[in-house]
Design a protein around this ligand. Structure first.
Ligand code: GDP
Ligand code: GDP
Length: 453
């Protein structure tokens, strides 16, 4: 599980500047979820060895009638979903009345909260900050987000106290994605553990109908737990003699409660479920096509390296021409995930649901298929013979050998000369070459380059 940091404060204090700084690394992924979360932005961040999710909540101006109403509308959910709240204020403006309103609100929350005084560049931070102690939020941290000053100290200060809690959780749920394990140990774990399957998608696409369908009606009631907005429910199950843990983001519940779907939707929950899963089943609505929200979720799934199966739901009651149109549109928009199987299903009537598990098993088998060094090197040699890597500064990039660096997703580590300069186009060519040669389906393949032997 990744810790979640929410940034709150009135407009112009520097929230998005800080957000951008935290999510600037190569691995970071930022998504707006238009329509769902007006004025909220989510990012996964890798910042100085730490990984976390950060939410930029947009501004609370305080001009709205009653600060509580404004907070409720814009930031309450984000605060609710967060492990830590960073309350940003502007050193140049001093304490303003919206700041006082926000502080009053935050004091009532049962959440670790830090007061962050931004824009201390060119100022005597200590004297400018003194005023802010009157907000009654305890210790404060000074930064200059646009210069990066104080930012690593800030992240360290807010996340270190959580290290233990998150480490415990990690041990409890020992996942095979642990970077300290070598590839062979990872593989052993992955093959011994149940497949963690997350069912994700935007609200109303049919996740809970599908989950109910998969589990069978009677069992659902047992798991009809209230749950918090943030936590997914983990449901052990068996299918074709294979053990699974279903990670349910929709909250399985009795039929008559299905109308709650939208209120129960949480992006943090969805992102955590993706992180936690081995295989992700992304549900989309045939009648709505691929939306920006679907693409954002796909981005997170790919970024996390998860295996993927896609279900196009509500395939019932559509006439032939419309189905053809939908298929063409899907082909056009989903070219970048052509490694994933696409199923046309009706969760409501059950058609196509049974076949999903074949693809889930195939994806997991592909993601955890043992690959040895000599095979990987052989494929690399063939790819190189078919199509040479380009010249860089007059010298040709030379790949020498490859080995497995991990599983779920399969990681191919390639050693050679100047491989650090490998252009993305050649990397894509190699990825496709490996995909075809290894005959994997349903999992991304990750290629990493190491300079020298
Ligand atoms: P938001 O509305 O809270 O998201 O604020 P922004 O991140 O958009 O920042 C508002 C303005 O403050 C922009 O013009 C930023 O360039 C500026 N700003 C942000 N951080 C700093 C800082 O550390 N120092 C200074 N001098 N300006 C900053
Ligand atoms: P969730 O928010 O993703 O969990 O979506 P729900 O499972 O609550 O479904 C949202 C709505 O879509 C409900 O009214 C369902 O009855 C309906 N629905 C779900 N699956 C199907 C399907 O396969 N076909 C049709 N026609 N409607 C469906």
């Amino acid at each position: 599980m990744l810790p979640v940091i929410a940034l709150v404060g009135r407009p112009n204090v520097g929230k998005s500047t800080l957000f951008n700084r935290l999510t600037r690394s190569r691995d970071a992924l930022v998504a707006d979820f238009p329509g769902l979360t007006r004025d909220r932005k989510y990012g996964t961040a890798s910042f100085e060895q730490r990984q976390f999710i950060v939410i930029d909540t947009g501004g609370i101006s305080g001009d709205e009638v009653g600060i509580d109403a404004a907070m409720a509308e814009q930031s309450l959910l984000a605060i609710d979903e967060a492990d830590v709240v960073l309350f940003l204020v502007d050193a140049r403006d001093g304490v303003t009345s919206p700041d006082i309103g926000i502080a009053n609100h935050l004091r009532k929350q049962q959440k670790p909260c830090y007061l962050v005084v931004n824009k201390v560049d060119g100022l005597d931070g200590d004297s400018e900050s003194a005023d802010f102690y009157t907000l009654g939020l305890g210790g404060l941290i000074q930064i200059a987000a646009s210069h990066g000053r104080g930012v690593s100290k800030l992240i360290d200060a807010v996340l270190s106290p959580l290290d233990e809690a998150f480490a415990d959780m990690h041990i409890e749920q020992t996942t095979a994605q642990d970077e300290e394990l070598d590839a062979e140990e990872q593989l052993k774990l992955l093959q011994a553990l149940p497949i963690k399957l997350a069912i994700v998608g935007k609200p109303n696409v049919g996740k809970s109908t599908l989950t109910n369908r998969i589990l069978g009606e009677e069992r659902v009631v047992v798991y009809d737990l209230p749950g918090t907005t943030r936590d997914s429910i983990f449901i052990p199950m068996q299918r074709d003699e294979r053990d699974y843990v279903l990670i349910d983001t929709a909250g399985v519940r009795k039929r008559r409660k299905v109308a709650d779907a939208v209120e129960k939707f949480s992006i943090v929950k969805t992102l955590q479920a993706i992180e936690e899963a081995n295989v992700v089943l992304l549900v989309v609505d045939a009648r709505e096509g691929i939306s920006d929200q679907d693409l954002s979720l796909l981005g997170f799934i790919l970024n996390a390296g998860r295996s993927l199966v896609m279900a196009v739901n509500k395939w019932d009651g559509l006439d032939h021409d419309i189905k053809e149109d939908i298929k063409r549109e899907l082909d056009r928009r989903l070219g970048f995930v052509d490694f994933a199987r696409l199923h046309f299903i009706s969760a409501l009537h059950g058609s196509g649901v049974g076949n999903l598990f074949e693809s889930v098993q195939e994806a997991y088998a592909s993601a955890t298929k043992r690959i040895n060094t000599s095979l990987l090197t052989e494929i690399m040699d063939m790819a190189q013979a078919d199509h040479q890597p380009p010249l860089v500064r007059g010298r040709r990039i030379k790949m020498k050998y490859a080995h497995a660096g991990g599983y779920n997703p399969p990681v191919v580590v390639i050693h050679g000369n100047q491989v650090k300069d490998m252009p993305d186009s050649y990397k894509r060519y190699l990825t496709n070459y490996y995909r075809k040669s290894l005959q994997v389906m349903g999992t991304p393949i990750k290629i990493e380059f190491r300079e020298g032997a």
